[in-house]
Design a protein around this ligand. Structure first.
Ligand code: HXC
Length: 516
């Protein structure tokens, strides 16, 4: 064969591979408002940066007439490219090829990019749109899934792993995304569940649609399985690009420091007056977070789930930081099961990838009641304690108002290996709120008084005047500094600079036993 002929053959093969399951199925994908595997990769990566590997790999199944259904590349597109100039590895299920179902070959292709990403210390992004295990292949597909899960676990904390769900993701297949660091879903065309509506109906007799059972809104608001939900795929891939900017390539690197024109010493007078005089009045903690971060930019993670705990990424003087904050606007900022889990997982992610933690605290305590106790608030709250205490990245807390009881200990207190605790003059640090405390200490005095209500109010005031301030804690070194709120940005930047070379580690062990 002449060279020219060989080159033509290569070109034809590439063109054929790029058509995946063919034009008809590509059109069908588009009709449903979905993109193809390669269109998705192009939206995710920098222009023309994608290099595909294993384009000609085919499945090896010959049962059920499958030898006649071999498509170059099989059901997944894999390779590498860049996001804002930084190397990432990617796999993208091709729904036009047998519904993106997972064959032995598909699994081998994914495992290859997983291993390349770990060896080369670069993030891995999986784009999921698949009918699950390829039914014609049986157990080979199960073994393939398990290989993928195993690698998700081995490389957890080594390279950031991100999952986009842009179509079906059902059965055991959901566990690969669940093992990754962040899940991105798109509304109306993606869903994740262990068993679909039909099985649900036959087992529990519930009538439920796919969207209600496992759509983006359900997982963003109810289950907390997804971290982000977008209106369309374009927005979703932009979202992944935005998140990537806050992350390092791997666990041995730090996130890139970005140039910023936001002055280090920028003050915000409004912060001096943002805390309401009335102690039970709510305010929006996100206003404080936005005011302090560079250019007011805050990428909130899981914004619709456990709104009483806010987590997300921002920058201070160009340096990436992870923010964890109680939100007085939602359930008064109490910590419940959902909030504990949300924050604990976020803290562990930041610690694994060298992202300093800023904690903003205004917490009246853990949520009381049978509902929370029966759900195990004890062990879930313990996760947050555990996550903060084992984290070795720089950890700074700003107490804006309440820091009560066990919840004070949890929110990155000094004694939990927090590096610096700063308090606003409005901070109230005490073993419990003034009302509860007065009811215990002065119980008899109040009961015997002519007007018990009046007495209670007097005692609450007495307790508040004595303990509901930051100075008792500051006099004991539990608080490092009481600061004027408007200077918070400056103080935090200085604190982070001071902690830049922090070295800390844990006692030698195989691994700890976080209360799961
Ligand atoms: C082989 C599959 C397939 C599968 C879809 N296809 N899923 N082929 N194995 N798992 C094929 C279809 O035959 C069809 O082929 C094409 O993909 C598109 O599928 P449609 O059904 O036309 O698409 P749609 O109407 O959008 O429905 C999508 C779907 C449905 C809801 C995903 O296809 C479906 O229910 N598939 C089966 C899902 C399933 O039961 N998977 C196995 C789960 S067990 P043609 O040639 O017509 O285009 C599992 C275990 C994992 O995953 C365990 C891990 C530990």
């Amino acid at each position: 064969m002449s060279n020219e002929r060989k080159l033509l053959e290569l070109k034809e093969k590439i063109e054929k591979a790029q058509l995946g399951g063919g034009k008809k199925r590509i059109d069908r994908q588009h009709e449903r408002g979905k993109l193809t595997a390669r269109e998705r990769v192009d939206l995710l990566l920098d222009e023309n940066s994608f290099e595909e590997i294993d384009m000609f790999k085919t499945h090896e199944c010959s049962d059920f007439g499958m030898e006649k259904k071999k498509i170059l590349g099989d059901g997944v597109v894999t390779g590498y490219g860049s996001i804002n100039g930084r190397l990432v590895f990617v796999y993208s299920f091709d729904f036009t090829v047998l519904g993106g179902s997972l064959s032995k070959t598909v699994a081998e292709k994914i495992v290859k990019v997983q291993e390349l990403s770990a060896k080369n210390g670069a993030p891995l992004i999986g784009i999921n749109d698949s009918g699950g295990a390829r039914v014609q292949e049986g157990v080979d597909a199960l073994a393939g899934y398990t290989d993928i899960f195993r690698n998700n676990i081995l490389y957890s904390g080594v390279v950031p792993q991100i999952s986009a769900i842009v179509g079906p993701c059902a059965g055991g297949a959901v566990y690969s995304p669940a093992l990754t660091d962040f899940i991105f879903m798109v509304k109306n065309t993606s869903y994740m569940f262990l068993t679909g509506p039909r099985v649900v109906k036959s087992v529990t007799h519930e009538d439920v649609t796919k969207e209600e059972l496992g759509g983006a809104v359900t997982h963003a608001t109810k289950s907390g399985v997804t971290h982000f939900a977008f209106d369309d795929e374009k927005a979703l891939f932009n979202g992944i690009r935005e998140l990537m900017d806050y992350l390092p390539q791997n666990n041995t690197e730090e996130p890139e420091i970005k140039d910023t024109d936001d002055p280090v010493d920028r003050v915000d007078e409004e912060l001096n007056y943002i805390i309401p005089d009335e102690p039970h009045r709510a305010y929006d903690m996100k206003k404080i977070i936005n005011s302090i971060l560079d250019n007011g930019e805050f990428l909130e993670v899981q914004p619709l789930y456990a709104k009483n705990m806010v987590v997300g990424f921002g920058r201070l003087n160009g340096r990436s930081v992870g923010v964890v904050a109680n939100q007085p606007k939602s359930l008064a900022g109490v910590i419940d099961v959902k909030a504990s889990n949300k924050a604990a997982r976020f803290v562990r992610f930041c610690d694994a990838f060298n992202i300093p933690l800023l904690t903003f605290e205004d917490v009246p305590g853990f949520m009381p009641g049978t509902d929370q106790e029966f759900r195990g608030i004890i062990k879930h709250g313990a996760k947050l304690l555990y996550a903060y205490a084992e984290a070795t990245v720089p950890k700074i807390t700003v107490i804006t108002r309440k820091g009560y009881g066990g919840a004070f200990c949890v929110m990155n207190s000094r004694n939990l290996r927090g590096d610096l605790s700063l308090a606003w003059p409005s901070a109230e640090i005490a073993v419990m709120g003034p009302k509860g405390a007065s009811g215990i200490i002065f119980r008899h005095e109040i009961k015997d008084a002519d007007d018990p209500d009046k007495k209670l109010q007097e005692k609450i005031k007495e307790y508040r005047d004595k303990f509901a301030n930051p100075y008792v804690a500051a006099s004991k070194g539990i608080i490092d500094e009481v600061i004027e709120p408007k200077l918070t940005r400056y103080k935090l930047i200085k604190s982070l600079e001071m902690l830049n070379n922090k070295r800390d580690d844990l006692p030698p062990k195989k691994h700890g036993n976080i209360p799961l």
